[in-house]
Write a protein that binds this ligand. Structure first.
Ligand SMILES: Nc1ncnc2c1ncn2[C@@H]1O[C@H](COP(=O)(O)OP(=O)(O)OP(=O)(O)O)[C@@H](O)[C@H]1O
Length: 251
């Protein structure tokens, strides 16, 4: 498998507190990688380092490298705007803008200079089709995004993220606020999206990681304890701490 993201000896500090310790990891291209581990182990922090969302948190310091397409995203030449176009993100709480469904999806493309209505129409339709929302919303694209259900709003946020054609999609507990049926829909959608995108997801739910992902990374106290193909990690964990966690003994 080709590597999409190469993380090398990454340390991350929030002021004096070290939240990530010597993280080295390869994230495969066009596959789903899940980060699991108990609360506070650093999953979301690592996810945020992949598109430099941590830059927005004062007092954060990063050492080491995160290479995407061979380039260290913490290098001086990197423009964070361009990076975030390549590495999109979906959050735990669906967060559509208080705008129409259409304008939510067209937002990113417009920001990047696309003004042609025909082109925007095409992008909006394609993005909504890919996020399996088109059939539900095609007749009222001008309606407020806030009128959609939570699960629909989350699929809209996925459409908004993919409308700028990213290579990588980060999902931080993207189903944690949803009911079981909406969760299942998002899980099916994510499985489809991996044909086109590299997906990295943080999940509290290890059953979800086992169901959906190709590679699983288990964290504890800011360290990677084990990273392997999902089927291997869940069937024959190499570390007793992984075994304890996946068998529900803690976390
Ligand atoms: N902005 C911040 N400032 C200071 N410490 C932080 C900040 N964000 C996270 N931390 C700390 O860093 C550690 C890792 O947090 P992080 O949110 O990455 O863990 P997590 O595994 O994603 O947890 P959860 O599953 O509860 O979301 C925790 O000890 C947390 O308290």
């Amino acid at each position: 498998m080709t590597t999409a993201i190469q993380i090398e000896q990454l340390n991350l500090f929030y002021n004096q507190f070290q939240a990530l310790k010597n993280i080295s990891l390869e994230i495969p291209q066009k596959a789903i990688t899940a980060f699991i581990g108990p609360s506070g182990c650093g999953k979301s922090t690592l996810l945020r380092t992949l598109n430099r969302m941590n830059d927005m948190i004062p007092g954060t310091r990063v050492e080491g490298a995160v290479r995407i397409g061979g380039q260290d995203i913490y290098g001086e030449a990197v423009e964070v705007e361009t990076l975030r176009k390549r590495v999109g993100m979906v959050f735990q709480q669906p967060n559509p803008f208080p705008k129409s469904i259409y304008d939510n999806v067209a937002y990113g493309p417009r920001l990047h200079g696309i003004t042609s209505k025909a082109q925007l129409d095409e992008i909006v339709e394609q993005s909504l089709r890919q996020s399996v929302l088109w059939e539900e919303v095609k007749d009222f694209l001008k309606k407020s995004a806030l009128s959609l259900s939570g699960g629909q709003q989350q699929r809209l946020c996925i459409a908004r993220a993919i409308a700028v054609h990213p290579d990588i999609l980060l999902m931080d507990e993207a189903t944690a606020a949803l009911d079981p049926i909406s969760t299942l829909k998002i899980e099916e959608l994510v499985q489809k999206l991996k044909d086109k995108y590299t997906i990295v997801m943080v999940t509290h739910n290890m059953h979800q990681a086992a169901r959906v992902s190709d590679k699983t990374v288990f964290f504890l106290n800011g360290e990677i304890i084990e990273a392997d193909e999902t089927s291997k990690l869940f069937s024959t964990p190499q570390d007793s701490r992984t075994e304890d966690y996946i068998s529900g003994r803690f976390g």
